[in-house]
Design a protein around this ligand. Structure first.
Ligand code: MG
Length: 251
């Protein structure tokens, strides 16, 4: 397995890419409210990304038909934006990837639409915390699976489950690079992390069973039991000074 190492110059470009992505996500999230269609969010994202002289990395990737993924409630990932309008009590996971001058970044977050059921709120909080626990392990001399283990351990301790069929990934020169980063597994396995590796860490967490199925559009993964699912993701560089989140968004 060949994990690419980014130079300081590459990291400078990836910081720019990540900053643009964080800004875009920050703006789209403000548009999330009851009555708004996911197609509208997709449109805003497209405009913001091109205004920043970047390109939506998901568009046409293996034929994906939109700028972003917008996955509602039981949709885990790869939701295709469309006419569906968000309703009070829904949750929506927004996943955005961009290409800025050949440098790719990828991030996701799950947002509530208005007030939501406390158990669903907990699902979102646990998934977000799991991401940050995973990121904490993205340090030199750790093994890759230390990230995986810390995510699974925290999620399952809280009574939720991690998706097995989809995983995080290396990123930077392209959207998906080696290594795959599962959100499950024993600690101290896999490659040793080195300075200059850039990883898209992305826990996908189901409230019920971890099993998913692919819906009829051929893309969207939904939880098999129809219960809600949450997703958080950051692009993270492994550096001498510890993990550096390149896609940090605020608020
Ligand atoms: Mg990703």
């Amino acid at each position: 397995m060949q994990v690419s190492i980014k130079s300081e110059k590459d990291l400078e470009m990836l910081r720019k890419s990540g900053k643009i992505l964080a800004k875009v996500l920050g703006e789209i999230r403000r548009a999330v409210k009851s009555g708004v269609s996911t197609a509208h969010l997709n449109e805003i994202a497209g405009e913001l990304i091109s205004k920043e002289n970047a390109v939506p990395a998901f568009k046409d990737y293996q034929g994906f038909p939109a700028n972003i993924c917008a996955s509602v409630n039981e949709e885990v990932i790869h939701g295709i934006p469309g006419d569906r309008k968000l309703m009070e009590g829904d949750i929506v996971s927004l996943d955005v990837g961009i290409n800025y001058e050949g440098y790719f970044s990828d991030a996701a977050l799950t947002l509530p639409v208005g007030s939501i059921n406390p158990r669903i709120k907990k699902l979102i909080e646990v998934t977000k915390k799991a991401l940050f626990l995973g990121i904490k392990e993205a340090r030199i001399q750790n093994h890759l699976s230390d990230i995986s283990y810390s995510i699974q351990n925290y999620v399952e301790k809280n009574g939720f489950s991690v998706i097995r069929e989809f995983v995080g990934h290396g990123i930077g020169f392209s959207l998906h690079e080696e290594p795959q980063i599962p959100n499950f597994g024993r600690p101290h396995q896999g490659p040793i992390l080195r300075s200059g590796m850039v990883l898209a860490i992305e826990p996908m967490v189901n409230m019920g069973t971890w099993e998913v199925e692919i819906s009829r559009n051929g893309w969207t993964a939904v939880s098999k039991d129809g219960l809600p699912s949450a997703h958080f993701e950051h692009t993270v560089a492994v550096t001498e000074n510890g993990p550096e989140i390149l896609t940090e968004y605020y608020g």
